[in-house]
Design a protein around this ligand. Structure first.
Ligand SMILES: [Fe+2]
Length: 290
């Protein structure tokens, strides 16, 4: 969409923030119950833009959760403790002295689960003066940019996604509190599956479009050795977040981002060593990728 198509929606406005994905949405107050007609347009905007941003939203954990529930069931994170009164809401804090941040690599949320997250909502409670931006990458474009030969080669190949570093060697999800600074990690419940194979190319269940489905959770390719898998995983991963596929969002206090994990990756930039950043996150359950 270009500027002339801003009025495709009736109840809200969308302003794209890059050529590849992402739009800032205005005209909606998410702290109050949202009408069904408005909700339908928010859902359409998410499918159109892959990640949508709202500014100056006066959210509480309860209103954030209520808004997220309109899109589906909530997915509890098996490795991160929720807020005491709102176990489905994660408070992700990084404070001065915390070396690592949460989500500081290219990934898509809860890819290790059999039914990974449909979408994630992140609301900014406190942000650094500058820094702490989040980048997003359009995985439809990443897939479409591959050669026909590569598309044929990876069709039907599944990547094994590991959530727990104790099982998967080096992983982004460090399962101990020291490496994640102020984010409190927990042991996953015994009955929750945290290693799952998913297709490298998935079809979006709502748009029908194919996208590359790769991220930091993919450790090896099913039925292949680690040595055979690694070069292809590394190539596809580096290919997936090249600048032309990305956008970068600068947070303000009260900003809310809502992204579609089925066709995007994201990266939380760790460039504010002496400042505090506090975010509230809710994740919506998705279906099994195909
Ligand atoms: Fe994430």
């Amino acid at each position: 969409m270009d500027g002339s198509q801003v009025n495709r929606y009736r109840y809200l406005q969308a302003q794209r923030i890059s050529g590849s994905l992402g739009a800032e949405i205005t005209g909606v107050d998410l702290s109050r119950p949202v009408d069904d007609a408005v909700l339908a347009e928010i859902r359409a905007a998410l499918l159109d833009h892959l990640v949508i941003f709202f500014r100056d939203q006066d959210m509480t954990p309860a209103t954030l959760l209520a808004f997220a529930r309109r899109f589906g069931e909530i997915h509890r994170h098996p490795f991160i403790a929720g807020m005491p009164d709102y176990p489905e809401v994660l408070e992700l804090a990084k404070k001065p002295g915390d070396k690592r941040n949460f989500g500081g690599d290219w990934h898509t949320d809860q890819m290790f689960a059999p039914e990974p997250a449909l979408g994630t909502m992140l609301w900014a409670k406190q942000v650094p003066e500058a820094g702490g931006d989040t980048m997003f990458a359009n995985q439809y474009l990443a897939y479409e940019a591959l050669s026909d030969g590569m598309k044929r080669m990876i069709a039907g190949v599944r990547g094994v996604c590991v959530g727990d570093k104790k099982k998967g060697g080096v992983s982004r999800m460090a399962n101990n509190a020291a490496t994640l600074g102020s984010v409190k990690t927990v042991e996953p419940p015994k009955d929750v599956q945290t290693t799952t194979a998913h297709p490298l190319v998935r079809t979006h269940p709502e748009t029908g479009r194919k996208s590359l489905y790769i991220g930091g959770h993919v450790h090896w390719l099913e039925d292949m050795t680690e040595e055979e898998s690694q070069p292809l995983i590394q190539y596809l991963h580096q290919h997936s977040y090249q600048p032309a596929f990305t956008c970068r969002f600068r947070w303000r206090k009260g900003s809310l981002a809502f992204w579609d994990n089925r066709c995007t990756q994201h990266f939380a930039i760790n460039d504010y060593p002496a400042e505090t950043r506090v975010m509230h996150r809710v994740t919506i359950r998705g279906d099994r990728p195909f």
